[in-house]
Design a protein around this ligand. Structure first.
Ligand SMILES: Cc1cc2nc3c(=O)[nH]c(=O)nc-3n(C[C@H](O)[C@H](O)[C@H](O)COP(=O)(O)O)c2cc1C
Length: 224
């Protein structure tokens, strides 16, 4: 396998591109698209966003120490891009993108009604690293759209067609490959013995393949 070594950079893809809503104490609000975002901790629930100080939204987050992460979908792809290339200094992104403001439960920043999930956050920490400052937010509330729940109340985000951002491009999510833990799940139709046997022979085959490859590449290196 031939690989080039690149200088340090972020190649951690795919990732979500979310629309973050913010507000100040004078009643102004804004939307900023953020890709540098993620989970920090499960309990307490903490999430982060990294924002350049030059962004119009930065001042608002600094002022109220609050933000809302609004998840995006295939239908929201255009708005997601727009809110990431236009500044709230020049346009009202809610109006331009025909998005609906909805009152949050705990924070001043509005929710985007069209988003399937809105995560209300209060900043507990700011870290200055360089180009971006990281705001760690304590999750105060999560709003989940009922239209993506089944009769039992199970929420299926895949029904909302979540948006994925990868190396400068937007994608919708593809085929479902399996659920959490499926790699070790026992097949109900097969007996445990059979499953273990299959898994065992599969892993043996995988190890053999890897060993063959290593021997092969080692012998190639020796020849050189
Ligand atoms: C897909 C995408 C992801 C982005 N991610 C970030 C990010 O993580 N942090 C950031 O500061 N800016 C990010 N931006 C740029 C801002 O969204 C952009 O500069 C925006 O116009 C700032 O809006 P504002 O001036 O109204 O705050 C991203 C833009 C796009 C299109």
């Amino acid at each position: 396998m031939a690989k080039e070594i690149w200088k340090p950079g972020n190649m951690l893809y795919p990732i979500p591109a979310v629309m973050v809503t913010v507000a100040d104490n004078q009643g102004n609000d804004n939307i900023i698209t953020i890709a540098w975002t993620g989970t920090v901790c499960s309990d307490p629930a903490l999430a982060y966003i990294s924002v350049r100080p030059s962004r119009h939204s930065y001042r608002m987050i600094e002022e109220t120490k609050e933000f809302v992460i609004n998840l995006t979908t295939k239908d929201l792809a255009f708005a997601t891009d727009y809110c990431g290339v236009k500044s709230g200094r020049d346009v009202d992104k809610f109006a331009e993108c025909h998005l609906t403001r909805e009152a949050a439960k705990y924070v001043k920043a509005p929710l985007i009604a069209e988003s399937p999930v809105n995560i209300e956050c209060r900043v507990i920490e700011k870290r200055e690293y360089g180009t971006h400052d990281m705001f760690v937010g304590e999750v105060l509330a999560v709003h989940a759209d009922k239209q993506y729940m089944d009769e039992t109340g199970r929420f299926d985000l895949s029904k909302a067609d979540p948006l994925v951002y990868s190396h400068g491009m937007y994608y919708s999510t593809g085929e479902k490959l399996g659920k959490f833990g499926y790699s070790v799940q026992k097949n109900k139709k097969t007996s445990n013995k059979k499953v273990n046997k299959t898994a065992d022979s599969k892993s043996k085959k995988m190890s053999k393949k890897r060993a063959d490859k290593t021997t092969d590449s080692k012998s190639k290196n020796i020849k050189k």
